[in-house]
Design a protein around this ligand. Structure first.
Ligand SMILES: [Zn+2]
Ligand SMILES: [Zn+2]
Ligand SMILES: [Zn+2]
Length: 128
């Protein structure tokens, strides 16, 4: 990794939860890193390719990114208010995929599951 790519990787590592490209651009400006926007985009794509970051399709139609704790297959649970994210293990999806294959005759070789909602602290903030 080049110095600027490493700087972008560090910005991502210091992010808590899901983030957008614009957040990284703002972080980079704030820290006066002088990293070009194009470098941020390219580094993000590189990390997505490596499985260190995942691209999320938000219910709003926008995209954001989330850092992955593991490169093993997993799902994401994202708070739509504070963007805090949790990596989830398969949680029964393997059984669902097997059932889908049985019913349709398809051979499923990948799936993505993204869950969105309110985290416990945002629920608490809403109810008071
Ligand atoms: Zn992930
Ligand atoms: Zn939240
Ligand atoms: Zn899965």
């Amino acid at each position: 990794m080049t110095g600027s790519r490493r700087a972008v990787a560090e910005l991502i590592a210091s992010r808590d939860g899901a983030f957008e490209t614009a957040d990284l651009v703002a972080d980079s400006r704030r820290r006066k890193l002088g990293v070009a926007r194009a470098t941020i985009f390219r580094t993000l794509e590189l990390l997505v390719g490596l499985g260190a970051v995942e691209r999320l399709d938000l219910p709003s139609g926008a995209h954001s990114y989330v850092r992955c704790e593991t490169t093993r297959h997993h799902h994401h649970l994202v708070c739509i208010r504070c963007q805090r994210a949790v990596d989830l293990e398969d949680l029964g999806m393997t059984a669902i995929v097997t059932e889908v294959e049985r019913r349709t005759g398809y051979k499923v070789d990948r799936h993505r599951v993204e869950l969105f909602g309110l985290c416990p602290s945002c629920q608490a903030a809403t109810s008071t």
